[in-house]
Unconditional design. Structure first.
Ligand SMILES: Cc1cc2nc3c(=O)[nH]c(=O)nc-3n(C[C@H](O)[C@H](O)[C@H](O)COP(=O)(O)OP(=O)(O)OC[C@H]3O[C@@H](n4cnc5c(N)ncnc54)[C@H](O)[C@@H]3O)c2cc1C
Ligand code: FES
Ligand code: FES
Lengths: 268, 157
């Protein structure tokens, strides 16, 4: 069905139609909304599955484990309600914008992308799927059936923050997602932090994650906790919205606050 | 061509239209329901908001074919004969419009937010209304009277 060389998949259309402008798409359009099997969301033996038809509004309304709190916070930030009612999480990752709000939370949840094509079904880790700005590991004829969050991370504590002048009509300076596992004393046993909009593809921050191990809220009260070297894989640019130096400072502070948010949600 | 069979403002309609026709084009050009406006080509302004199965969407980001089997309500479907919908009356009474271009989208969005907050048992205060209007732009009013209108209607709906 999707094999036609120029066939284009459309889910919510909120990325696709504004990008097409007045040009009509020249190939076939395949509407995923009518494929029932893709609309499922919920627990499955391997974890939690979010089908390709799932809109941001459905994510917001769903009862989900604590690990998804960051993803829900991101859902609230995507455009406006009318956009959230149509736009899908999977469309967000397939569009692969460096500033996609769905990507940092999914990176911290170790999400796998489930692809279906003429040659069957396969899974890819999200970082492998995201090849570059607007480039994915999808092969000709394949579609994404959904994303899978592995069982182990669903119960952790999570948070998300986005920095931009206004939520709408702006390209954000950065967005940060954090997922934590904490010990009984409120110290971080395992941390995952990802940053979007500050590199061609959103990235996890391994150095910061290592530094966070063993830290507690008191340690994170230090405004200098997140150091420039912790932001290693990022490459913030200088442009009209801010210099690279300002962005580094802002991202470090955004990381610290997001981790504190997640920490404050962790059960004692 | 795609067959589009939907209900618009309660009446069933069925047409064969080009595959790539947007819902907003279907409403305006096929059905001549020109109350739904087009104010941008980037899905940002909200002039085109309609209700699709009871939820606010931007009809410029939806293909007519994607609405197959759905119920659509447009600004033309709100009044009962001569009797304006409370949201329409509130915009009229509070001077919630100047040129009127954004108004259909504002009213459809306003009704959606009142219903949603009521269903969730949350209070739709001024801050919430301003936040909810994120997806609707107005070049004339400065929003103040739009917010006032929605507050009044929230008490009457
Ligand atoms: C006014 C406005 C504000 C916005 N604000 C934000 C924002 O704040 N943050 C943000 O991250 N995004 C924002 N967006 C972008 C967009 O709404 C999101 O990226 C959304 O999640 C895209 O989902 P969709 O279902 O509409 O995708 P579509 O437009 O339907 O598809 C996007 C791309 O992915 C492909 N695709 C979709 N589903 C599949 C699938 N299952 N398999 C294979 N390919 C697929 C399509 O072919 C297309 O290339 C905004 C858009 C608008 C118009
Ligand atoms: S016409 Fe501007 S949002 Fe649809
Ligand atoms: S009244 Fe003119 S755009 Fe709102």
């Amino acid at each position: 069905m999707v094999e036609g060389a120029r066939a284009r998949v459309v889910a919510g259309g909120t990325d696709l139609f504004p990008q097409l402008g007045d040009r009509l798409p020249d190939g076939d359009l395949v509407d995923l909304g009518r494929i029932r099997d893709l609309n499922e969301m919920g627990q499955c033996p391997d974890g939690w599955l979010i089908g390709a038809g799932t809109t941001w509004s459905e994510i917001l309304r769903a009862e989900m484990p604590s690990g998804f709190d960051g993803l829900k916070a991101a859902a609230r930030e995507v455009g406006s309600v009318q956009i959230q009612n149509r736009a899908t999480l999977v469309g967000n990752i397939c569009n692969a914008s460096p500033a996609a709000d769905g990507i940092p939370p999914l990176l911290t949840l170790n999400a796998k992308v489930i692809l279906v094509g003429p040659r069957g079904t396969r899974r890819m880790d999200l970082p492998d799927f995201l090849r570059g700005p607007r480039q994915t590991g999808m092969r000709q004829g394949e579609i994404v059936a959904g994303v899978l969050v592995p069982r182990g991370v669903c119960e952790r504590s999570a948070a998300f923050r986005k920095l931009g002048a206004r939520r709408y009509l702006v390209i954000s300076i950065a967005m940060v997602a954090a997922v934590l596992r904490c010990d009984a004393a409120g110290r971080i046993a395992n941390a995952r932090v990802a940053v979007g909009a500050a590199s061609p593809v959103a990235r996890r921050l391994p150095a910061l994650e290592a530094a966070l191990e063993g830290a507690d809220a008191a340690a994170l009260a230090d405004p200098g906790f997140v150091r420039p070297e912790h932001l290693a894989p990022l490459a913030p640019v200088s442009d009209v919205r801010g210099s690279a130096e300002y962005r580094c400072d802002a991202i470090a502070e955004l990381c610290r606050r997001t981790v504190l948010d997640a920490l404050s949600r962790s059960p004692r | 061509m795609a067959e589009v069979t939907i209900k618009v403002n309660g009446a069933p309609v069925s047409r064969d239209v080009p595959d790539a026709m947007l819902l907003v084009e279907f409403l305006r050009e096929e059905l001549r329901l020109t109350g739904t406006h087009v104010g941008c080509d980037t899905s940002q302004c909200g002039a085109c908001v309609v209700h699709l199965d009871g939820r606010a969407v931007k009809s410029c980001t939806t293909l007519a074919a994607q609405a197959y089997g759905a119920e659509v309500t447009t600004i033309e479907g709100l009044a009962a004969g001569e009797e304006l919908h409370p949201m329409q009356r509130a915009f009229h009474e509070n001077h919630g419009l100047q040129c009127g271009f954004c108004t259909p989208g504002m009213i459809m969005t306003g009704i959606d937010m009142v219903r949603r907050y009521r269903a969730a048992g949350q209070e739709l205060d001024e801050a919430a209304i301003r936040h909810e209007l994120e997806g609707n732009l107005c070049r004339c009013t400065g929003y103040h009277n739009i917010v006032k209108s929605i507050r009044q209607a929230a008490g009457e709906m």
